[in-house]
Design a protein around this ligand. Structure first.
Ligand code: FES
Length: 435
């Protein structure tokens, strides 16, 4: 895919390799974005049927971009920054990512098969199949070199915000205005969340400023733990090591997952969510022969992407994404077809509720997906607060959410202990700093 102008026009360009072929990308941008810009859409193969895989969401939610990076398997390349000289390889191909004879299983068993039962009880065939399965099973190969020992730290803070989208950054601002210290973490390569998919000139880009003092991107939340009963801690993994963080308040601003459409072959490389398409456009990637389908009506983001691409939103039900290793077209429920090399799927997203459920929120299934019970601007459970998309709120509610958090944090900093509300990290007895 050729390059066009975008918000990231002036970054430094560096070189790396993909399956031994030279590629250039912008230093620090997601590897998956650089690969799509360079024309690599089909990146790897699925573990069982060896179907072609490509990036679809660009937010760590679909696993279509999983690659081997500098010998480390199963790296989500949409969350991995481009570095000079990095060695990137496709995974799970029997021969090459373009030609994989094991794809035959996909055609032979179009309705799938249970590999636990397949040929079971048939002498010789059963043993041969088991030996073969042991050879090809699994996702990626273990690193050839052992990893280095990395730093482990224990930290405390007033407010720990998960998610650096518009709501997460609003939470950090509210904490700062109440005189509280905060740490903001995100697994993406850059802050902004869904705003990265909107044009840089969008007035809501103002939500991104000022940047929090302690912003940690490329940081994955492993889980929430209560090693000693109370208080609870969050384990964070980063390239440089791990941190166990004890906050007084947890704020979950985990946003939304990109939903897809229930149609045939919607996993074909070349199918992108509206968010992913917006990020690619803003990164200066030209999407080849795009169509944008919105079977339930266009979202604000979908309309914005269509406008930037100069295409019409198609509000029809999709029956199948056509193609082989990559998209070649789309067929609709009304029997019509369109040729396309890029299919952009615009459907309402689903709240990213998983960490909320782990934190003990009661979540209920609504039309959009699982949400915290109740319908408050800020859902609360003791020291846990859920805001933004994960709490079912729309982008237009950032300012109101910030004001609500401002009140909560201001009251908390006056009332002090608030033992019922806050996660008190205690007297430090269990807070040991280790390297
Ligand atoms: S997980 Fe990387 S593109 Fe979806």
């Amino acid at each position: 895919m050729a390059e066009q102008t975008g918000r990231a026009g002036a970054e430094k360009t560096v070189a790396f390799t993909f399956d031994g072929e030279p590629v250039t990308g912008r230093l620090g941008e997601p590897l998956a974005v650089a690969l799509v810009r360079a024309g690599y859409i089909n990146l790897a193969r699925s573990p069982k049927f060896h179907r072609p895989r490509g990036p679809s969401c660009l937010r760590g939610g679909c696993d279509g971009c999983v690659l081997r990076v500098d010998g480390v398997p199963n790296v989500l390349s949409c969350l991995e920054p481009v570095r000079d000289g990095v060695r990137v390889e496709s995974q799970n191909s029997a021969l090459t990512r373009r030609f994989d004879p094991l794809r035959g299983a996909d055609f032979t068993f179009p309705n799938g098969f249970n590999h636990h039962d397949f040929l079971a009880g048939i002498p010789i065939a059963e043993d041969l199949l088991a030996a073969f399965a042991r050879k090809v099973a699994g996702l990626g190969h273990l690193p050839t070199e052992p990893g280095s020992v990395r730093e482990a730290t224990v930290e405390t803070t007033d407010v720990l915000v998960v998610g650096s989208g518009p709501f997460g950054l609003a939470a950090a601002r509210a904490a700062a205005s109440a005189g509280l210290q905060s740490i903001v973490v995100d697994d993406a390569v850059a802050p902004g969340g869904v705003l990265r998919a909107f044009p840089a000139r969008d007035p809501r880009a103002a939500y991104l400023h000022p940047a929090p003092k302690d912003l940690r991107v490329g940081a994955t939340v492993v889980g929430i733990y209560d090693p000693d009963g109370k208080p609870r801690a969050l384990l964070l993994a980063r390239d440089r090591g791990a941190s166990l963080i004890y906050p007084k308040w947890f704020v979950f601003a985990t946003g939304n997952h990109d939903a897809t459409i229930p149609c045939g072959d919607e996993d074909r490389p070349g199918v992108f969510s509206a968010r992913a398409a917006g990020i690619l456009v803003e990164a200066g990637v030209v999407l080849q022969e795009p169509v944008l389908v919105a079977p339930r009506g266009a979202t604000e983001l979908g309309r914005s992407v269509a406008e930037r691409l100069g295409i019409t939103v198609i509000e029809k039900g999709v029956s199948e994404v056509l193609g082989l290793s990559e998209v070649r077209g789309v067929s609709f429920e009304d029997g019509t077809t369109l040729s396309a090399k890029t299919v952009i799927v615009d459907v309402p997203p689903a709240p990213a509720h998983e960490l909320l459920a782990e934190a003990g929120f009661a979540v209920v299934l609504g039309e959009a997906g699982f949400l915290p019970a109740g319908n408050s601007l800020v859902s609360r459970r003791n020291c846990f607060l859920a805001i933004g998309g994960a709490n079912g709120r729309a982008l237009g509610e950032v300012a109101a959410t910030e004001a609500a958090l401002d009140r909560i944090f201001s009251e908390a900093s006056v009332v002090d202990e608030g033992a019922e509300e806050k996660n008190s990290p205690g007297d430090g007895e269990h807070i040991k700093h280790t390297k």
